[in-house]
Design a protein around this ligand. Structure first.
Ligand SMILES: C[S@@+](CC[C@H](N)C(=O)[O-])C[C@H]1O[C@@H](n2cnc3c(N)ncnc32)[C@H](O)[C@@H]1O
Length: 240
């Protein structure tokens, strides 16, 4: 029996006897069961067990994330990665967040770094709405939201650092990302990969997409178990 509290909403993976008691114990207004996250836009398939309000504000790493848990996803397992990336950003960098969601990475970068600009591309109008809300809520004046498909929008920008925080066929987006990456820039490429391929498949995909450009592997960061024998990893790679 697992549970997690997101703002003042409790997410559980079982149906308990006494929902009233559980709500009081955790001081929440709503209890939901999220069965899975579906599709390209990462939308939750859910059931409301208690209460009715599904919008909340979750506080993490000194950032506020407003979101509606019936419309957009929240991954607790990525908490350390969200802060790790924000701390890597150097003063005056231009950062491109290709799969921005509600600002999972863009908001911590806006709050914790001195980036010159963060361009945050998101395809799901519901996520884009909360991305705009979170930019206001956290006073991130240097974060620019863009509603659209990153395959189409990315070529409009040049960046020193590109975030690819998506795990469904992310390698299809590598070429377009690398074409927008300045010389000596860094990509953070996410992939779900069988354990025995962690050291080989993601980096070879990056090298293939980079063509003649030189690729230096900086780090392989394991985020969490995705499925039995499959890890969600992030590859930090510098591309000259
Ligand atoms: C939900 S985030 C991944 C979670 C995030 N890494 C975290 O820290 O929790 C992925 C986002 O990419 C968006 N997305 C998927 N395909 C896209 C595309 N082609 N262009 C822009 N955004 C896209 C989805 O709508 C979703 O909001």
């Amino acid at each position: 029996m697992k549970y997690k509290k997101i703002g003042d909403i409790l997410i559980i993976d079982y149906i308990p006897d006494n929902l009233d008691e559980l709500a009081k114990k955790h001081n929440v207004k709503t209890i939901m069961k999220i069965n899975h996250i579906q599709g390209t836009k990462r939308e939750p398939v859910y059931k409301i067990l208690y209460g009715c309000e599904t919008e909340t504000i979750n506080k993490e790493n000194k950032c506020l994330f407003k979101l509606d848990l019936s419309k957009v996803m929240w991954s607790k397992g990525n908490v350390n990665e969200r802060l790790r990336i924000a701390k890597l950003v150097q003063d005056d960098e231009t950062v491109l967040d290709m799969f921005a969601g509600i600002g999972y990475f863009s908001i911590p970068i806006g709050v914790h770094s001195n980036a010159k600009m963060v361009i945050s591309i998101e395809i799901n109008p519901n996520s884009y709405y909360y991305l705009c809300e979170n930019i206001k809520l956290n006073k991130c004046d240097n974060v620019t939201p863009v509603l659209g498909d990153c395959l189409v929008e990315t070529p409009n920008y040049k960046a020193d650092r590109i975030l690819m925080g998506y795990v469904k066929t992310t390698h299809h987006y590598l070429k377009v990302a690398i074409e927008s990456l300045n010389k000596g820039g860094i990509i953070h490429y996410h992939e779900t990969v069988p354990e025995k391929l962690i050291g080989s498949r993601p980096i070879s995909r990056i090298k293939q997409a980079a063509g003649d450009r030189e690729v230096e592997l900086l780090k392989i960061n394991k985020i969490k178990k995705y499925a039995p024998g499959v890890e969600h990893v992030v590859i930090d790679a510098l591309i000259d």
